[in-house]
Design a protein around this ligand. Structure first.
Ligand SMILES: *Cc1c(COP(=O)(O)O)cnc(C)c1O
Length: 446
């Protein structure tokens, strides 16, 4: 890790004058469609800190959206990627291959759930991995339909926009979307009409009924699901839901795809979130946390499914870039050496304890409708007190108050009313608690 002091420091307004200047250049040169949560320009980052160009040090509760789980300058990632950079930057694996790619696929076979024969293919982004999972499932099943869920998020390319539930900002004005995509209910416990205890059984029954009656199970190539939903609001599908859907897929020859792009690689306190209910997906998509910040993604799964696509049918110029593969090997080494699964579980314990305390003791704690998530993937859903009406305005105001004090937090959720916390798993406990102190004070400013 680089030697950035692991201390919050607020020297200027946030954003500071140098960031404001850069933001003006950015506005003139960068397309308006590319947004930023907080227009603070980064100078360096590592551990639990992001240092900006004005010398401010922000506590990082975002990890670049669940990417830098090992920190943004982890020693093993920097060492391995730098060495690879000096050896060669690229050959294209489809032209002349290299060992790093193979080694990442070997690690994926070891780490992902199930002890069946597995193979992988590597790509650059999460969306690309999801697209390829669909290609592979279609090639294997010779079927076309793809089933996804309410509140699901799978990316911003044309096919993955179709798979994604939320219109604004991801889809509005960008259609038409890919055909043969069907959306069914999700067991969103907090908002399930008959209560969270019934959500698993009722939502899975509804989903299966819709698949059977409206699509026809024999037409479905793949069911794609996030074992803990990310952009949709850190929703943990109610217990029983995932196993019921997985069983239905198995019984009907449908490829069950776990999209663990956000929830994977120690984020939830297990290597993969689907381990929580003992699920063994046929295919699993990974990206984000896989390579310590370098762009890499993968589809991993049953060898016979992965091999269904003809030679030359999968790939891409940069897929499994050697520097990104070296970064992944460094990130995985760090996760193992530092036992980041244990760290994630400890983060959950601290965060949930503090958040429940805030809900109980703050005069406006009633705003916190739900505290949820697993590991270092924790969220609060904000509502108008005494109701379940989403309060997106309070969510935005809380995030803004945190930013002003040097705590980077992100929002998410179909209703824009979820404050999510995704600290690097290597964050110090002092910084974690200081961040939660800032959040607690932010409630007082509302
Ligand atoms: C972020 C995300 C994606 C898309 O990944 P990109 O790298 O942004 O293309 C897909 N699925 C899930 C669950 C994600 O969180």
């Amino acid at each position: 890790m680089s030697d950035i002091p692991q201390e919050r420091r607020v020297l200027t307004a946030i954003p500071g004058p140098k960031s404001v200047e850069l933001q003006a250049r950015r506005t003139a040169a960068v397309a308006a469609g590319v947004g930023s949560t907080l227009p603070v320009f980064t100078a360096r980052a590592g551990g639990g800190i992001i240092e900006d160009v004005d010398g401010n040090r922000l506590i990082d509760f975002g990890s670049g959206i669940a990417v830098t789980s090992v920190g943004a300058s982890a020693e093993a990632v920097v060492r391995r990627a730098s060495a690879q950079l000096a050896d060669f930057t690229h050959t294209c694996f489809m032209v002349t291959p290299y060992e790093g790619y193979v080694e990442v696929c070997e690690r994926l076979a070891e780490l992902t759930p199930g002890d069946h024969a597995k193979k992988s293919a590597l790509f650059n982004s999460g969306a690309e991995a999801v697209e390829n999972a669909v290609k592979i499932a279609r090639a294997y099943t010779k079927r076309t339909a793809v089933v996804v869920f309410d509140h699901g998020y799978h990316g911003r390319t044309n096919l993955t926009m179709a798979l994604t539930a939320k219109n604004m900002p991801y889809k509005q004005g960008f259609g038409p979307f890919a055909p043969e995509v069907y959306r069914v209910p999700m067991a969103y416990g907090y908002r399930w009409p008959t209560g969270p205890e019934n959500a698993g059984a009722e939502a899975s029954a509804q989903a299966i009924d819709e698949i059977t009656k409206q699509i026809g199970a024999e037409n479905v190539a793949a069911i794609i699901i996030e074992p803990v939903l990310g952009e949709g609001g850190f929703i943990e599908p109610a217990k029983g839901f995932l196993p019921a859907i997985a069983r239905f897929a198995k019984d009907n020859g449908i490829v069950f795809v776990a999209d663990e792009i956000q929830s994977g690689f120690c984020r939830t306190g297990q290597w993969f979130a689907c381990e929580d209910e003992g699920l063994v997906p046929d295919l699993i998509t990974t990206a984000k946390g896989i390579a310590g910040g370098l762009p890499l993604s993968a589809v991993t799964g049953r060898a016979e499914i992965m091999d269904a696509a003809h030679s030359g049918g999968l790939g891409g110029t940069y897929g499994g870039n050697p520097v990104a593969c070296a970064g992944a090997l460094g990130a995985i080494e760090t996760m193992r050496e530092l036992d980041l699964n244990a760290r994630a579980r400890r983060i959950e314990e601290v965060m949930k304890g503090r958040l429940e305390e805030m809900r109980a003791k703050l005069p406006n704690g009633g705003l916190i409708g739900d505290v949820r998530g697993r590991g270092a993937m924790i969220a609060i859903e904000l509502v108008k007190p005494g109701t379940k009406d989403p309060d997106a305005a309070a969510t935005a105001a809380l995030a803004k108050a945190c930013h002003a004090e040097g705590l980077l937090v992100l929002t998410c959720g179909t209703y824009g009313n979820v404050l999510r916390f995704l600290p690097p798993l290597v964050i110090g406990e002092d910084l974690l608690n200081e961040g939660l102190d800032i959040l607690e004070r932010a409630f007082a400013t509302l």
